[in-house]
Ligand binder design. Structure first.
Ligand code: PGA
Length: 252
């Protein structure tokens, strides 16, 4: 398929999760052995809630599918509530019956490099990679400085990512490193979906789609992919609403 640029689907916030869920389930129906890489983070939470709520009798089965985890903190013990595998299981996988096969990132502190190499093998030949977009332009833990041919690897985390572990997800300690499926594996996948919601993401989405590609915004490399779809809500495209100047004499 030749590239006409990313497919940008702009959806009302109220329809966003249901529309992305419909597309994913259509994909699963057409390809029951789908090998899909899934992220954690706040953006996919409504999507996962929607998928979990779909009537199992009428949804295509996940039984033959494989879910490969996108990224994981290094240094958080197995079972830590902030672990990406724990959150993806809780938000989605444990609610699918029958569940897909799950490939977490097997990092327990004993040999993080070996865990990254093993996951690099698991992340080859993906049919679909679903990504969130970080405020600093990262996808997965491919932080600024990442390159388009990077393999799955152990990386140092940006400060904003470290802080998310404790401030947002309640990690017992602040991780400084993580393992992420690399941009090289993402760009090798058959198809890539970028999920972007909320007005605070508008500026980074504009950078990712419109500014020259480069290491400052790793998501910009996704435009190299011939089958990139961006599922954005209206706020992520419109950006902050400008306040209307108050009419003279109107109440405060
Ligand atoms: P968010 O994070 O979905 O929680 O906004 C996305 C990311 O940082 O990759």
């Amino acid at each position: 398929m030749s590239s006409g640029g990313p497919r940008l689907r702009v959806l009302p916030a109220s329809a966003w999760a249901a529309t992305v869920a419909d597309e994913l389930l259509d994909r699963l129906a057409a390809e029951p052995r789908l090998r899909v890489c899934l992220p954690t983070g706040d953006t996919p939470v409504p999507l996962y809630a929607e998928l979990a709520a779909r009537d199992a009798a009428r949804s295509p089965s996940w039984a033959q599918a494989t879910v490969v985890l996108l990224d994981e903190w290094a240094g958080l013990p197995p079972g830590d509530p902030a672990r990406c595998d724990v959150r993806l299981r809780r938000q989605l996988l444990d609610q699918l019956a029958p569940p897909p096969r799950f490939v977490p990132i097997d990092v327990d502190g004993s040999d993080d490099e070996a865990a990254a190499r093993a996951h690099d093998a698991a992340a080859r030949g993906l049919d679909l990679v679903v990504l969130g977009l970080g405020m600093n332009g990262h996808v997965g833990f491919n932080e600024p400085g990442s390159r388009p041919d990077d393999p799955t690897r152990l990386v140092r985390l940006a400060v904003s990512s470290r802080e998310a572990a404790t401030a947002r997800y309640g990690a017992a300690l602040t991780p400084t490193a993580g393992i992420t499926v690399g941009l090289g594996r993402i760009l090798e996948a058959t198809e890539v979906w970028l999920l972007v919601t909320g007005e605070r993401k508008a500026d980074v989405l504009r950078r990712a789609l419109r500014e020259p590609e480069g290491v400052d915004c790793p998501a910009s490399y996704l435009r190299r992919h011939p089958r990139l779809t961006v599922f954005a809500d209206e706020a992520a495209v419109a950006g902050p609403r400008r306040r209307r100047p108050r009419a003279p004499g109107s109440a405060a």
